[in-house]
Write a protein that binds this ligand. Structure first.
Ligand code: CU
Length: 117
């Protein structure tokens, strides 16, 4: 009986552990004229849900690329009040984020995100 209980406890601990391991991180990116505001400055490596929220009056999009990397993640153009969420799997490093509409990045719509090990 004691042994059964111990097994059940071990199984429950395993289930809790795997659930925690697969829960994705979250990052909010708020776009306004002309800023990108991140909900946090760093996230953990692995799966990440990134939500672009257009809180401005113009159309905005979002690009994300690791510094030294070649792949650019692209969020579609989003209308004022709109939101779009992408699920990404990010390696450790520093990532640049920017809006690619017109000259918005030059005007200040850029940010850096750190992805921790
Ligand atoms: Cu923009």
């Amino acid at each position: 009986m004691t042994r059964l209980l111990a097994l059940a406890a071990a199984a429950a601990a395993l289930a809790a552990g795997s659930a925690a391991a697969t829960t994705p991180g979250r990052l909010g990116v708020r776009a306004t004229e002309f800023h990108l505001t991140l909900s946090r400055a760093s996230v953990k490596t692995g799966r990440l849900l990134v939500q672009l929220q257009n809180a401005g009056e113009d159309v905005h999009d979002l690009r994300l690329r690791r510094i030294g990397g070649t792949r650019t993640y692209s969020f579609p153009e989003t209308s004022p009040g709109g939101r779009v969420t992408l699920s990404l799997r990010l390696l450790p490093g520093r990532y640049r984020l920017w809006c690619s509409v017109a000259n918005h990045a030059q005007l200040g719509m850029r940010a850096v995100l750190r992805v921790r090990r």
